[in-house]
Design a protein around this ligand. Structure first.
Ligand code: IFM
Length: 439
């Protein structure tokens, strides 16, 4: 594995998590979220598990931040729970929630860690979901109000902030594919969510600029779409997948437009006047984050737009069933830089793999994860050598945690969590990375 000295001076290495996946949502007066009701509905989540306890990071954050600092990392990427700060989504803030994030940020600074905050990583307050959630244009204003409240409290000490983690998941995965809360499978709901998630992003950026904050970015997940075969139909299907997954959000954020091949399917469902929102959506940013995990092989399918399906691929896979394809990260770094961000700093804000890790004799041997990280870090280093402005890399994730629909079974952590005792055990990949980062 490459070591720190192979990267430019000042390159940031970090570990990433999110609030609902680790905190323990039942603590500290947080309000109900759409993930609680989604998980409580039979068939949605493995074993109907939820984030009530998760890793109990709410109480153990000191121990967890020690693991980040002792692992040789420079930064910690975390998210703030809207429902912890505003249990009703709007109205009266929960002082315990604000105090918690205050303590958390101070604890990072005490350990010399740069706080990278994400405002929203998916646990929408249920009262706002009841009002239509991401389908309702008013969410942009609700989100700006939440932004002002939480950033009014912690914004002065952050190294960096981004509004929304992975807009594709918030919109498409959750409203078209029905795979995440609120579990809708509806083109109209999805189209509106696609637009509103970007509008909310823009309003949050405005709110943070108004508070005098700087170093603000956007975090998009990107998935490399390849045609399942050489046919023109497969090529066209892969292009549609790429449009919905990757180009839609980058085009809106950096180009003030939506791609024509995505509008072909969603335009009839977009809210009136959507064309007038681009000045807000494309508010200037200081960096762009790429979350990258895998590629997908795409084939045409019968039925209405987008008329495509995923096909099983031949490459080695992670515990998620995702093919390991570091070359895709190289492509996205180059493409994002060349076609959209044009010189803006890039961060790899998430990258990592799930593995069925087993604790044996007090240790976890996870050579596949070490190799995965080494291969992706190679790609990042080569991209930098070729001139790409990549400024940092965050491993997903610090801890094994709540993997949404897949419950607690999929283990992404550098640190193993025993979900009975909540004991943390650093895996061998953590130890190897630590050597690389401290060398
Ligand atoms: O666990 C998720 C995270 O919440 C967002 N990005 C992808 C990770 C792995 O699926």
């Amino acid at each position: 594995m490459l070591s720190r000295s192979d990267f430019p001076e000042g390159f940031t290495f970090g570990a990433a998590t999110s609030s609902y996946q680790i905190e323990g949502h039942k603590f500290g007066g947080a309000g109900p979220t759409h993930w609680d009701s989604f998980a409580a509905t039979p068939g949605n989540v493995i074993l109907a598990e939820n984030g009530d306890l998760a890793c109990d990071h709410y109480h153990r954050y000191g121990e967890d931040l020690d693991l980040v600092a002792n692992g040789g990392f420079d930064a910690y990427r975390f998210s703030t729970s809207w429902a912890r700060v505003l249990p009703e989504g709007r109205g009266t803030p929960n002082d315990k929630g604000l105090d918690y994030y205050d303590r958390l940020v101070d604890a990072m600074l005490e350990r010399g860690l740069k706080p990278f905050a994400t405002l929203y990583h998916w646990e929408l307050p249920q009262p706002l979901a009841d009002l239509g959630g991401w389908r309702n244009r008013d969410i942009a204003g609700w989100f700006a109000d939440f932004t002002e409240i939480i950033m009014g409290r912690i914004g002065d000490r952050l190294h960096s902030a981004a509004p929304i983690n992975e807009p594709w998941c918030v919109a498409w995965l959750s409203h078209f594919m029905g795979y995440h809360a609120p579990g809708l499978r509806d083109i109209r709901a999805a189209s509106r969510a696609m637009h509103h998630v970007l509008l909310a992003h823009g309003h949050a950026i405005e709110a943070m600029r108004g508070l005098g904050m700087s170093n603000l970015g956007a975090v998009c997940n990107m998935e490399y779409a390849m045609p399942a075969d050489d046919s023109e139909a497969a090529k066209a299907a892969a292009m549609r997948y790429d449009g919905i997954y990757n180009r839609f959000f980058l085009s809106g954020l950096f180009g003030k437009e939506y791609p024509a091949d995505v509008l072909e399917g969603i335009e009839p469902h977009l809210p009136a006047g959507w064309q007038d929102d681009f000045d807000t959506i494309a508010a200037p940013l200081d960096w762009c984050g790429i979350n990258y995990y895998t590629r997908k092989l795409i084939a045409p399918d019968d039925g209405p737009w987008p008329a495509l399906k995923e096909v099983d691929g031949p490459l080695p896979k992670t515990q998620m069933g995702w093919e390991i394809y570091p070359e895709g990260l190289a492509q996205f770094i180059e493409r994002t830089h060349r076609d959209y961000t044009k010189g803006l700093p890039l961060y790899i804000t998430e990258n990592g793999m799930a593995r069925a890790d087993v604790l044996e004799n007090g240790a976890i041997d996870d050579p596949e994860r070490t190799a995965f990280l080494a291969d992706h870090l190679d790609v990042v280093q080569k991209a930098i050598a070729d001139g790409a402005p990549v400024r940092g890399y965050f491993v997903w994730s610090l801890l094994d945690n709540y993997e949404w629909t897949l419950g607690y079974e999929k283990r992404f952590g550098l640190v193993h969590v025993d979900f009975e005792s909540l004991q943390r055990t650093p895996k061998n990949s953590y130890h190897t990375l630590k050597i690389a980062l401290t060398r």
